[in-house]
Each structure stands twice: as structure tokens, then as C-alpha cells.
Design a protein around this ligand. Structure first.
Ligand SMILES: [Ca+2]
Ligand SMILES: [Ca+2]
Length: 186
């Protein structure tokens, strides 16, 4: 990695860290996932019991995957732990023989993220789902719509394509890579 690529990737991962640190106390803990999920569930529609249960399961799974970054196991992921964890992950992903266990963990995380974005569970991320989630994370509507158009080239983003983009988002240190339009969702 050149210094510039390294800086870019670091900034991207820091941004992601702050999105997950919902209570803004400087570390990621299971409590942050509760806060995020409580807020996000208002987008899903609370009247649907099955959906609510799915959502709770997804939240738990995502929390588990992210808390793997807690290297000293004190129940908090600090920024330093977060960056180390993702640096290791990105390095693995660049290898031709990526550790299968790491790939599996990442797939779990990406599947869960996709399910949380696909609010109506039809296998696609529709534009309104994308925009709603972006707005939830503080991205303005115009930026959200523009990123969706760049990513989807249409009115919906297919599951395979979305997952591939999430994967590339974590891996890529190229500021011009299309996956950077994902902004924040892992
Ligand atoms: Ca926190
Ligand atoms: Ca820790």
C-alpha cells in the first residue's frame, strides 16, 4: 500500500467506526448495536412480528461478528482494535488463499448487513430502502440517490452485486473504486 492509499483506507475505516459507535463514547460495544437496532427497527415496521424477530437475530449476529475485533476481550472495541482487525482482514482478502474461516465470518457479516438493508426481504435493495438507510446514517438524500444510481445502474441492486460491493468496500484502498459509494453499511 502506498501512503496515500493507506491514508484513504484508514479514513474510510475510521468513518465506519464512528457510524457504529452510536452513543459516541469512543468505543464499539453491544450497547451501540442496541441503540442502532432500536432506531433502525422503526424503518422496518414494528407490527410485523416475524420481521421483528428476524431483525433481532440479524442484529445479534452482526454484533457478534463485529465484536471479534475486541482483541483484548474487555467488551469494547477501541478505534485501535478496529483498525488492526480490519487491516488484518483486508490483508487476508488480498491473498489468493484467503483463510476460509475468515471468509466465512465475513460472509456472515455481509449476509446480515444485506438482510438489514433489504427491508422488505425480496432479495433486492430498492432505491427507497437504500435512501432510507443512508438518511438514517446521516447521508443527505441527493448523495444517497446519486450513490445508488452509480451502484445499481437501475432501480434495484441485486443481492450478489450488493454483497460483492460490501466485500470490496472493506478491501479496497483505491479512492476511485466504485465500492466506495457504499459509504457506510458494514
Ligand atoms: Ca459506543
Ligand atoms: Ca477491547
Amino acid at each position: 500500500m502506498t501512503d496515500q492509499a493507506n491514508d484513504f483506507w484508514n479514513e474510510k475505516m475510521k468513518h465506519l467506526f464512528h457510524l457504529y459507535d452510536a452513543d459516541g463514547d469512543g468505543s464499539i460495544t453491544p450497547r451501540d448495536f442496541e441503540i442502532l437496532a432500536d432506531k433502525l427497527s422503526s424503518l422496518v415496521g414494528q407490527e410485523d412480528v416475524k420481521r421483528r424477530e428476524d431483525y433481532a437475530a440479524a442484529r445479534k449476529s452482526l454484533c457478534q461478528e463485529i465484536m471479534r475485533a475486541d482483541a483484548n476481550q474487555d467488551g469494547k472495541v477501541t478505534l485501535e482494535e478496529w483498525l488492526d482487525f480490519h487491516k488484518h482482514l483486508a490483508k487476508e482478502l488480498h491473498k489468493p488463499d484467503t483463510n476460509p474461516e475468515i471468509l466465512e465470518q465475513l460472509s456472515e457479516r455481509i449476509n446480515t448487513t444485506f438482510n438489514m438493508l433489504d427491508l422488505n426481504h425480496d432479495g433486492y435493495i430498492a432505491k427507497d430502502e437504500w435512501v432510507k438507510t443512508c438518511q438514517f446514517f446521516g447521508v443527505d438524500q441527493t448523495t444517497a440517490e446519486k450513490s445508488f444510481e452509480q451502484l445499481s445502474k437501475g432501480d434495484k441492486l441485486e443481492e450478489d452485486k450488493a454483497k460483492h460491493l460490501f466485500f470490496e468496500y472493506l478491501k479496497s484502498d483505491d479512492p476511485n473504486h466504485i465500492s466506495n459509494c457504499c459509504l457506510c453499511f458494514l
